[in-house]
Design a protein around this ligand. Structure first.
Ligand SMILES: Nc1ncnc2c1ncn2[C@@H]1O[C@H](COP(=O)(O)OP(=O)(O)O)[C@@H](O)[C@H]1O
Ligand SMILES: [Mg+2]
Length: 317
């Protein structure tokens, strides 16, 4: 059984007022997420990520295709209690405090008052909300609301948690908090399905990703395989390089960039071999400070995929 399974999941929205015409936000998405995985749904704005999550949460209904969570059709009442959801723009009762809001959701989900009293303060600590938890939400910044939203998504200790752009609106410290929270959930066996247009966050937290562009799945797989983490070249830092040696190096390298007196960064093609590089540089009278492989990043990969599918203009990183 998959934690999440979709088959040809498709959503058309009706555009226009007098004369409605369908707009395909999601086009035949077929996807499997295993239990305990951290799965990233990536893509530029407008790719169909939020639509996918809303279909899985049954906030909107598919035009065609189907989806299952924990082996049951979406919307199954028993399954609802076992999942958590952070919406993209969490709507909150903004006169409530964070504590009151979580207590309210906890009650809706049927948690006992003992469970709520034990869990809520722990969750708020985990997402990094301090004394402000006793202030009404209307006084919160976007980042603080995002933290409350995360705590809300976890209040029932869900087996599967859906997070729509969980890192958005957060500063670097907040992003790290979310990443650690996600990794902590994974360690406890929770399945995490999150969307993001920010690739470095996904790179740090996911085991597998799917990339959407223009409503279509353009790639999916293990990050390591997708990226083929291919070496694009080598970056070598050398020092003790005279003008003549520099000229000689320039002839054989893809590029040569001066860093300081006698010190250069040399870019070499992927075919270069580190041991030979060391030998050649020493015999030319230079000493090698470091040799680093230059790899494809998820950003490079994403840009290429999106460009190939004709959606490069929509990319906002
Ligand atoms: N309720 C709606 N009515 C009409 N079009 C919509 C609606 N919701 C989303 N869309 C359109 O569907 C596409 C996908 O949107 P969305 O799933 O929100 O993308 P993402 O979350 O990847 O940014 C976009 O072009 C968006 O404008
Ligand atoms: Mg979205």
């Amino acid at each position: 059984m998959h934690a999440i399974h979709t088959e040809d999941l498709t959503k058309d929205y009706a555009l226009g007022f007098w004369r409605k015409r369908p707009y395909r936000a999601l086009d035949r998405l077929t996807l499997d997420v295993e239990g305990g995985e951290v799965f990233g749904l990536l893509g530029p704005n407008g790719a169909g990520k939020t639509t996918t999550l809303k279909l899985l949460l049954q906030l909107v209904f598919p035009t065609s295709g189907r989806a299952e969570i924990l082996g049951r059709p979406t919307g199954d009442v028993a399954v609802r209690r076992r999942i958590g959801y952070l919406p993209e723009n969490p709507y909150f009762y903004d006169h409530l405090t964070a504590v009151e809001l979580l207590d309210y959701f906890g009650r809706l989900l049927g948690l006992s008052s003992a469970d709520r009293a034990a869990r809520i303060p722990r969750l708020l600590d985990q997402v990094g909300l301090g004394a402000e938890r006793r202030l009404p939400l209307r006084r919160y910044s976007k980042g603080m609301l995002q933290r409350v939203g995360l705590a809300q998504a976890l209040v029932n200790e869900p087996e599967v948690v859906f997070l729509d752009e969980p890192m958005s609106g957060l500063d670097p410290i907040g992003r790290r908090m979310v990443r650690e929270l996600i990794l902590g959930l994974r360690d406890r066996g929770t399945t995490v399905f999150f969307s993001s247009h920010i690739l470095s966050d996904a790179e740090a937290a996911c085991s597998r990703v799917a990339i959407l562009a223009g409503g279509r799945l353009v790639s999916s797989g293990r990050l390591a395989d997708l990226l083929a983490f291919g070496i694009k070249g080598w970056e070598v830092v050398v020092e003790g390089v005279s003008r003549e040696v520099a000229d000689k190096l320039r002839a054989g390298a893809a590029s040569l960039t001066p860093i300081a007196e006698g010190r250069y960064t040399v870019e070499l093609p992927p075919s270069a071999r580190p041991d030979q590089v060391m030998a050649e540089f020493s015999s030319a009278g230079a000493s090698v400070v470091s040799i680093n492989p230059v790899r494809d990043t998820l950003e490079d990969f994403f840009m290429r995929q999106v460009a190939e599918h004709g959606h490069a203009r929509e990319v906002r990183l």
